[in-house]
Design a protein around this ligand. Structure first.
Ligand SMILES: *[C@@H]1O[C@H](CO)[C@@H](O)[C@H](O)[C@H]1NC(C)=O
Ligand SMILES: *[C@@H]1O[C@H](CO)[C@@H](O)[C@H](O)[C@H]1NC(C)=O
Ligand SMILES: *[C@@H]1O[C@H](CO)[C@@H](O)[C@H](O)[C@H]1NC(C)=O
Ligand SMILES: *[C@@H]1O[C@H](CO)[C@@H](O)[C@H](O)[C@H]1NC(C)=O
Length: 527
């Protein structure tokens, strides 16, 4: 491994030296500025979300069958790792749903498996169901692991497919099915999601339902929820439409459904392209590819502002690479370049929640689909959940595009700031100065009389993430040099920081990621 590691040096280090020590013409010198006087956006308190899908074990892509028994229908709810992985979050947001949710019927009887569809269908598998008995078990499992559920209900049932491939409502049956699903979802869900990818440009499901029709159905759905949930103190939130963003369609849905009907506008993101692409490792380290989705985030937020300002934006599903993710990439350290960068970007762009496809299942699972052992992204998600507060700060720098920087108010630490720094470069050495708003971090600390003696007040907590053996396609991640692995009882390991005095230099290995918590930042926006 090159010794030219990133040296992240708070200028504090040089507080008694002339500032000229950081040469302005040094190409490696980067000035990271954190606007700590105000927040630019706020995420939901449970920003991290992960999905459990419906795919049967027979689901294969590119000859690779990566789902095993990970579906809502057959996931082993008695698995200890699964339970520990969810409870480690305290509160994790879980979305139950996916492509096949619009093929699911709800029944009180024992239930058959999905059937493989013929070539004419929009779906690979059709005609599945879930029994009340299984639903009760799912409900109990997520309730006792402290998860908040977003349950995806069938929005195709009862619709009739026209010659143009567009489904129209036959009459009441669509509502009838929603009604059935309600008795299932009941109070287990903090939100309900209507339909999956019935709108966008993705895959086979191209505009399966018209946006205005969808809007009308949502009005009826909301009315039904208000009615059903009156005795429980109000309806769960309604999320829609969970597809690929298309401006006109989303505008039609929002303007037709009207004020207060859709609480959460969800859209799906697969900005790395196909899981079968052999160049995924280049894509996740290419700042241009990572940024390619920014216009979409801006447009979604713009559409909500103009057509539905009462609702908020969620990334309802995103796995990086679609079609079950990239084998040997989505489950490795390298995927955290994409994942953590997206988390930073999405929060900065006014989205409240990011649902990762998947918690388990496919190659993009936070947990391995066979062994249930956490993949690197699981730990990335957990660190984010524990360190990043809801207040999003503007972080910018004047350096190379291969350095990515994000900042949030620290979670549960008034005045503290946590930075996320991602080094995509394999050749540039950066030296970083951190500035807070109009004042530099360094001056902020020096101005406080106690700071000099009070070590506790002037330390820094660093969480350095690197791949095992320097191989970014390793499935094993190191935290501060130590392998992250389950202990003998299948428990999630402690995620301890490296605590150093703020005056110590902080080194970050090549092609690595670090969370850096500055609890004495004294950020006005975070007090
Ligand atoms: C990025 O990695 C390169 C080596 O791959 C290293 O020289 C540089 O110091 C690192 N920079 C940052 C900001 O981590
Ligand atoms: C870093 O940026 C801050 C804020 O933009 C600025 O005040 C400061 O002079 C910069 N420092 C260097 C060394 O460029
Ligand atoms: C899934 O579960 C079934 C039934 O318990 C079992 O026969 C099958 O081997 C399992 N498949 C995988 C991939 O674990
Ligand atoms: C679990 O169920 C109980 C009883 O219905 C409820 O009070 C509690 O809020 C639920 N917990 C979660 C995390 O949904």
């Amino acid at each position: 491994m090159a010794t030219a590691d990133l040296v992240l040096s708070l200028l504090l280090l040089f507080s008694s030296l002339p500032s000229s020590i950081v040469a302005k013409d040094d190409p490696g010198h980067v000035n990271v500025s954190v606007q700590a006087d105000y927040v630019v956006a706020r995420t939901d308190g449970n920003f991290i979300c992960a999905t459990v899908d419906w795919w049967p074990p027979e689901k294969c892509d590119f000859g690779d069958c990566s789902w095993g028994n990970t579906s809502i229908k057959n996931l082993d709810l008695s698995n200890k790792i699964l339970r520990n992985a969810i409870t480690a979050f305290g509160t994790m947001r879980v979305r139950l749903g996916g492509t096949l949710q619009d093929q699911v019927k709800y029944t009180s009887k024992p239930c058959h498996e999905f059937k493989a569809a013929d070539g004419d269908s929009n779906y690979e598998f059709i005609d599945g169901c879930i029994s009340l008995n299984r639903w009760d078990k799912i409900h109990e499992f997520f309730n006792t692991t402290g998860a908040f559920i977003t349950f995806g209900i069938n929005a195709l049932h009862g619709r009739v497919k026209g010659h143009d491939g567009v489904y129209t409502v036959a009459e009441a049956p669509a509502l009838q099915c929603m009604h059935e699903s309600l008795s299932f979802s009941d109070l287990a869900s903090s939100s309900l999601r209507q339909g999956n990818e019935l709108c966008g440009n993705g895959g086979k499901s191209n505009f399966l339902v018209d946006g205005n029709q969808y809007g009308l159905d949502l009005i009826a759905f909301k009315a039904m929820l208000i009615d059903e949930y009156a005795k429980f103190g109000g309806p769960p939130k309604v999320a829609a439409p969970g597809g690929f963003y298309v401006e006109d369609w989303y505008k039609n849905m929002l303007s037709t459904s009207g004020y207060g009907v859709v609480d959460i506008v969800t859209h799906h993101v697969y900005n790395l392209g196909s899981g079968g692409d052999g160049n995924l490792v280049d894509k996740v380290t290419d700042p241009k590819v990572l940024d390619n989705i920014v216009p979409t985030y801006n447009e979604v937020v713009g559409t909500i502002k103009s057509a539905g300002p009462w609702s908020s934006a969620w990334v309802g599903e995103s796995g990086g690479a679609h079609s079950s993710g990239g084998k040997g990439l989505s489950n490795t350290f390298a995927n955290s370049f994409w994942y953590l960068d997206q988390l930073g970007m999405v929060s900065r762009h006014h989205h409240k929640v990011f649902c990762r496809q998947t918690l388990i299942g496919g190659n993009y699972g936070l947990l391995d689909h066979d062994t249930f052992v956490p993949n690197p992204d699981y730990y990335s998600a957990l660190l984010w959940h524990r360190l990043m507060g809801t207040g999003v700060l503007e972080a910018s720098h004047d350096g190379h595009a291969h350095l990515r920087s994000y900042a949030h108010c620290s979670k549960n630490t008034p005045g503290g700031v946590t930075l996320l720094l991602i080094n995509l470069s394999d050749s540039i050495t950066f030296e970083i100065e951190i500035n807070g708003g109009t004042k530099s971090y360094e001056r902020e600390i020096r101005s406080r009389p106690l700071a000099k003696d009070d070590k506790d007040q002037s330390n820094r907590e660093a969480f350095h993430l690197t791949p095992k053996d320097g191989d970014i396609q390793s499935t094993v991640m190191l935290l501060n040099g130590k392998e992250l692995m389950l202990d003998g009882k299948n428990s999630i390991p402690a995620l301890d920081p490296m605590v150093v005095e703020a005056s110590d230099p902080l080194r970050i290995a090549p092609r690595s990621i670090a969370f850096v918590k500055l609890k004495d930042f004294n950020a006005a926006a975070c007090r």
